[in-house]
Design a protein around this ligand. Structure first.
Ligand SMILES: CCCCCCCC(=O)CC(=O)SCCNC(=O)CCNC(=O)[C@H](O)C(C)(C)COP(=O)(O)OP(=O)(O)OC[C@H]1O[C@@H](n2cnc3c(N)ncnc32)[C@H](O)[C@@H]1OP(=O)(O)O
Ligand SMILES: NC(=O)C1=CN([C@@H]2O[C@H](COP(=O)(O)OP(=O)(O)OC[C@H]3O[C@@H](n4cnc5c(N)ncnc54)[C@H](O)[C@@H]3O)[C@@H](O)[C@H]2O)C=CC1
Length: 719
């Protein structure tokens, strides 16, 4: 809807009304058309202001409409009509002007923004381009390079930057509508010729071809296989090379291609999935809207290794006081330096003072006595963690929440060491913890709703997307990762190389293939876990049992590499070779290829030619199958939880929505058929055996992802 009022005698004010972000739904578009007609036909009205209700100008097209039969007036002619109006139209921008919202403002003759407003064309992150003239008007207004940067990244800019770029005419700290009305009165009757952006020429940089070539290279590198950034560059190029009307045609053509692409569907699903995980619930009845978090002012971090340092930085940057405890003196000295450096770098980037005084260091665990919440991040060793939880339970003031950053150990076992198991939850961060956006909040059997709610709230406070998950080995992310890694190892045994597997996965869109990723994070991490659970043979086994554990196929390849101290980048050798320990550039290693040949010969394996499809099918479908098991077990409340975890924590390409969404896109019956096929070929790999939920979904006619919960029944999807 849109509301019309007349103020100061001669200014028609049109207010967009569609909470929460005044998205341009059919009703809003119709409202704008009707109210513009009225303003333009009333002789008393000399100028017009468009603003949004509740301090928000407009969040753009209504994304919920995209999957439906869109009705109502189209946005492009609506914006054209505003631009061609004979009376000046001023956009009063408060809060946000995003996507179609900014395009609407670009159709106005003037733009006035509140100093706290954010503006941008984020369509690229929804798999689209600004399809209501944004790609043609913005370059005309602020130059090709600046428009290219904003449109291909989707970055939001502050009002101050918008003023500097020339997107807005004025920024105010006062009441934006009042200022806009004053402005509208002052420009009434003046010529609008220079203020109809579409009629202006597009300014050309001298090296226009080079500008586009560089932009194209950059977007191709940044988002492997993503269509929208490429189309954005092509559309802006049309602004630079074609007259406006032809440029608009090109924009429309490119937009259409994207709109109907699977990538746009995937990215729009992912947009809503990220918000849906905030509406969490647990089987015990805790819920986002009824479970109240407790305020946390002081927190403690125990263990200042890789993770503890990042967690300390994340907490301090969000304004929390942190007691940082490390028992090893050398580590403590290094951690002080490391944390301070990270805080200083972060502060420089954000233009704020570093939060150095927020952190107090100690080598004694007794320093935690007065904190509201502790995050333990010592070695992944159950006995050590148990001892620490016993100490914490005795030392902390009553009611202190005790959290662990374990990657997959049993939360209930740790909770059982404490006097108040209801205060214990997992807070599983991802490395580097001050950068990665994901937090898995793991509830145990006895975790109280308040403990879960508090951990979830801390997550949001420090800028993470927090996903509540149940307690099992590896929780959601690492549990799904295991069958994926296993398939990659099996493929090497059968004839593939790390280069082949990585190439296929990177072409699919992963930021890094499984072997390059494993070299980066360190092969020794998984080796230690496998040793702890008895999977690593004490000495090199031969014969039929060398590749079998607990009756199932097992590949000792990772263990054998670790025995050679090939831990990956940190030792300069892993699945690849590096020029030195700590080197970053992976090069194929002839030693490894010989090693694989000898290994196959030793175990009587005959290398065969493995094609790309098989690599993709086996790695991805094994992973997806485990995702279905997780849903069946109620460890994740819905498919969107798994998808958000996998995109944010494991480099799954956003434009493919996440593994569960991808399964739906491929077709559940196809996933089932392929798993059945591979399980028949490899009956000793239980992860390839299709899980019963997948069968049940296929038997129910493969419903769309937002209907899966009706088949799962137990948990509840929030989409
Ligand atoms: C040939 C045909 C030509 C057609 C041309 C049309 C082409 C276009 O021009 C295409 C577009 O505009 S695409 C839309 C561009 N706009 C965006 O991407 C903004 C998306 N929203 C945001 O970033 C944040 O919500 C925002 C920054 C706005 C607010 O963040 P917050 O953290 O404060 O709040 P959220 O929790 O994110 O959102 C609150 C609720 O609002 C829902 N929502 C947000 N933006 C929406 C939007 N644009 N459409 C529909 N719903 C939207 C959001 O989902 C959430 O609701 P719940 O999910 O129920 O919680
Ligand atoms: N490294 C990674 O990528 C991730 C690790 N994790 C988990 O985070 C935890 C820590 O891992 P990292 O930081 O990689 O280990 P790390 O080995 O880098 O650091 C562990 C630190 O704990 C200290 N420590 C040991 N006993 C202590 C005690 N009693 N009191 C205080 N400090 C003590 C050690 O001196 C060391 O500095 C583990 O549970 C791990 O599974 C979770 C997510 C990712």
């Amino acid at each position: 809807m849109a509301l019309y009022t007349r103020v100061s005698g001669s200014v028609g004010v049109i207010t967009l009304q569609n909470p929460p972000v005044n998205a341009l739904s059919a009703a809003v578009r119709q409202g704008i058309v009707d109210m513009m007609d009225r303003a333009l036909s009333e002789p008393e009205v000399k100028s017009v202001v468009i603003c949004g209700q509740n301090g928000k100008f407009c969040g753009g097209a209504d994304i919920k409409e995209f999957g439906t039969n869109m009705s109502g007036p189209a946005l492009i002619p609506l914006i054209d009509r505003i631009e061609s109006a004979a009376k000046p139209v001023v956009a009063a921008i408060e809060g946000i002007a995003l996507g179609g919202g900014l395009e609407l403002a670009l159709g106005c003759h003037y733009r006035i923004a509140h100093s706290k407003a954010k503006l941008g064309l984020p369509e690229v992150s929804l798999g689209l381009l600004p399809g209501a003239g944004g790609t043609q008007r913005l370059p005309r207004l602020i130059s090709i390079p600046a428009a290219l940067e904003l449109i291909t990244t989707g970055r939001h800019v502050t009002a101050a930057e918008a003023l500097q770029l020339g997107i807005v005419d004025k920024v105010t700290d006062r009441n934006t509508l009042d200022e806009a009305v004053k402005f509208a009165l002052s420009v009434a009757g003046k010529s609008l010729d220079l203020h109809r952006i579409s009629t202006n020429p597009c300014p050309h940089p001298p090296d226009v071809d080079a500008v586009f070539e560089t932009a194209m290279q950059r977007v191709r590198q940044r988002a492997r296989g993503a269509l929208a950034p490429v189309a954005c560059v092509q559309a802006v190029r049309a602004a630079a090379t074609l007259p406006y009307a032809h440029g608009m045609e090109r924009e429309r053509e490119l937009f259409k291609g994207l709109f109907t692409s699977g990538q746009a569907r995937a990215l729009q699903y992912y947009f809503f999935a990220q918000r849906a995980v905030g509406r969490w619930s647990t089987p015990g009845g805790a819920r986002w809207d009824t479970s109240k978090p407790r305020p946390v002012r002081r927190a403690a971090v125990i263990g200042l290794g890789t993770m503890g340092r990042g967690i300390t930085v994340a907490l301090a940057q969000a304004g929390l006081s942190v007691v940082a405890v490390e028992t090893n003196e050398k580590q403590l000295t290094e951690a002080k330096q490391g944390v301070s450096d990270m805080l200083e770098r972060g502060a420089r980037r954000r233009g704020v003072p570093p939060a150095l005084d927020k952190v107090i260091y100690s080598h004694k665990i007794q320093a935690v006595a007065d904190v509201d919440l502790v995050i333990e991040a010592v070695f992944e060793d159950m006995e050590l963690k148990k001892a620490i939880f016993q100490q914490l339970s005795a030392l902390c003031k009553p009611g202190t929440f005790l959290c662990t950053n374990t990657s997959g150990l049993d939360i209930d076992e740790l909770a059982a060491q404490t006097q108040n198991p209801e205060l214990v939850v997992g807070m599983h961060f991802f490395a580097p913890a001050h950068v990665m956006k994901l937090l898995e909040v793991v509830y145990g059997q006895k975790s109280s709703p308040q403990a879960v709610a508090t951990a979830m709230q801390i997550g949001s406070k420090i800028g993470k997307v927090s996903v509540a998950v149940g307690n099992c080995r590896g929780f959601v992310g690492n549990r799904i990762l295991k069958p994926y890694l296993e398939q990659a190892f099996f493929l090497l045994e059968e004839g593939a190389t790390p280069e082949l597997v990585d190439k296929v996965l990177e072409e699919f869109g992963f930021a890094m293939g499984v072997f390059r990723m494993s070299d980066l994070s360190g092969l020794d991490v998984g080796w230690r876990v496998r040793k702890a659970i008895g999977l690593v043979a004490p000495e090199a086994l031969t014969g039929p049992y060398a590749r079998v554990r607990e009756g199932h196929r097992y590949s000792p390849l990772g263990d054998l590499l670790c025995e050679q101290v090939r831990f990956g980048q940190k030792t300069g050798r892993g699945w690849y070779q590096y020029d030195k320990p700590g080197g970053r550039v992976a090069k194929p290693d002839p030693w490894l290829h010989r090693f694989l040949e000898e290994y196959r010969a030793q175990h009587g394996l005959v290398a065969r030619r493995i094609d790309h499809q098989e690599v993709l099918d086996r790695c991805l479908y094994a992973l997806i199958n485990e995702g279905f098991r997780i849903l069946e077990d109620g460890i994740a409340a819905g498919p969107e939880d798994i998808d958000v975890i996998y995109v944010l924590g494991y480099g799954w390409p956003q434009h493919r929505g996440g593994p569960m969404f991808y399964a739906g896109m491929v077709g559940l019956n196809k996933v089932l058929e392929r798993l059945e096929h591979y399980h028949q070929v490899h009956p000793d790999v239980p992860n390839l055996q299709p899980c019963s939920l997948l069968r049940k979904l296929v038997a129910s006619g493969s419903p769309p992802i937002n209907k899966w919960r009706e088949v799962i029944k137990k948990p509840h999807s929030q989409l």
